[in-house]
Design a binder for this molecule. Sequence first.
Ligand code: GRF
Length: 191
Amino acid sequence: MKRYSGKKIFTAIFISGRGSNLKKLISFSNKKISPIKIIFVFSNKKSADGLIYAKKKKISTICLDEKNFLNSEKKLLKILKKKKINLICLAGFMKILSGNFIKKYRGKIINIHPSLLPKYKGLNTHRRVIENKEKYTGCTVHYVNNKLDSGKIISQKKIKILKTDNENTIAKKVLSEEHKIYPKAIMKIYS
Ligand code: GRF
């Protein structure tokens, strides 16, 4: 596998929960071919399982579990600047970042969403996809802008929905594709 020849992009991953995409991003970042170096993992939830995994992998973690997320954002902005972060990957991050925050990191925040955007923005995507008897679903990696799940698309993977599929089977299939598409999208940005 080729080695990434540039200076590695200092990256922060933002999570709120399980962290299965985080796991894949950590293992990707350890590959020679990876353009990113994960400097820290941020969570807005103390209980996020992803934090345990990051610690196990000796990656710094920052948790600001505050009622007023704008306070957390202010602290975060200082940390991001100090740590020279150039890419923020949202991976199951359940807070909406403020316009001020996005403006400061415009073009440097990306997100993964479990649908074929622009369809099914927001929550409960799999349930809605099944209810609407869609033939296809998928996942999308996109830049973050001021509108929810609406920034420029970087990569997408389409999945056929079978007659036998339900919300759970679709959730599993989509998640497994998410794990592949997120590293691929990062490679695409820096290639
Ligand atoms: C993923 O389905 C992601 O697309 C969505 O939230 C879920 C997070 O899962 N934004 P995990 O925490 O990465 O396991």
